[in-house]
Design a binder for this molecule. Sequence first.
Ligand SMILES: Cc1ncc(COP(=O)(O)O)c(C=O)c1O
Length: 391
Amino acid sequence: VTHPTDRVTGGPFDWLATRAQERRDAGLRRTLTPRAADSSRIDLASNDYLGLTRDPRVVEAAVAATRSWGAGSTGSRLVTGTTQAHADLEANLADFVGCEAALVFSSGYLANLGAITALSGPDSLVASDATNHASIIDACRLSRAEVAVVPHRDEHALRDVLSGSPYDRTLVVTDAVFSVDGEAAKLDEVIVVAARHGAGLVVDEAHSFGVCGSNGRGLTAYWGAQNRDDVVMTITFSKALGTQGGAVLGSRAVIDHLVDAARPFIFDTALAPSCVGAAHAALDVLREDAGLPARALARARDLALVARAVGLSPSTPDAAVVSIPLGSPQAALDAQAVCREHGVEVGCFRPPSVPDGVSRLRLTARADLTDDDLNQVGAALAAVAALTAGT
Ligand SMILES: Cc1ncc(COP(=O)(O)O)c(C=O)c1O
């Protein structure tokens, strides 16, 4: 056994300081800033699209579930972690979306890992859109399948990949709405191409669930593919539903297979009862208030109009996300700081979340934004426009 003081050369983690300096020089150092519980800033940085995270119905449901089941789920789903609340939520989700079955995971990230790894594997091909979320990229890596990265929203390229596949089993994976720019996939085409080539399809509805389609049922349901046995959906509870957790939705056969085979389901402590209760209540709000998703979408379009009016070039939002490209990481950070000075909290995306040269502000609309809020956002974005004009 060698004592640390016996080392002749430097420590094994000395290289971290060099990496940290490189990231600092490139404007890529990240810091954690605790947010205040009572911040008066307008929140365009969170994923609370429908404003449900503090909705009394959702909060009280979290408290009630905690009182009934405790602060934790006490075990993995296959041991002690499945409560009646989990089973009820799964039935409610499947009924709401219109598919046979649902399976709750501890996060949307794990839902993607579970669905994609359990439905692919060695001797199979996974065709994944080039700008899919990091959880899908990680799932592809873990799957041990051959992975074909398909050019973004290119159904012709997808067709070429699938028709050239030497494998019997193929899985196509796409975000329904891409997280960085808020643009929707050409899901109608993807559904047809995948089916024509006998491929399974996994659609990540993280940003579309609760915002797109009737009552926020998502885009797979919008295109009428929610109950096909070759289509699987993944969702997160951490965006429109205002809490945490995730789920896979699909046929009974797929869900039963995941219970047997999805390692992120089997080897992870089940989602806490508070989150299960909150997600159930948020789903009930969606059922009751049919106009809520449309209000979030309309506010996203208002935000894009406000940004365009001051001379910026926002994306055209298909869901609640509006993205404003600014170029360098530092330009995006400076713009974020200017917004903060104007009382508006916005997201800032830099590499590795986005490729080099396309760092950006990311504004997330909320259904509860007021006209006064939009005016204040307009002033903040005008200051951003002035800043970029001066650089
Ligand atoms: C497209 C997409 N999929 C999956 C996830 C992961 O969901 P969760 O935060 O619940 O792990 C996210 C974001 O966090 C996302 O944006």
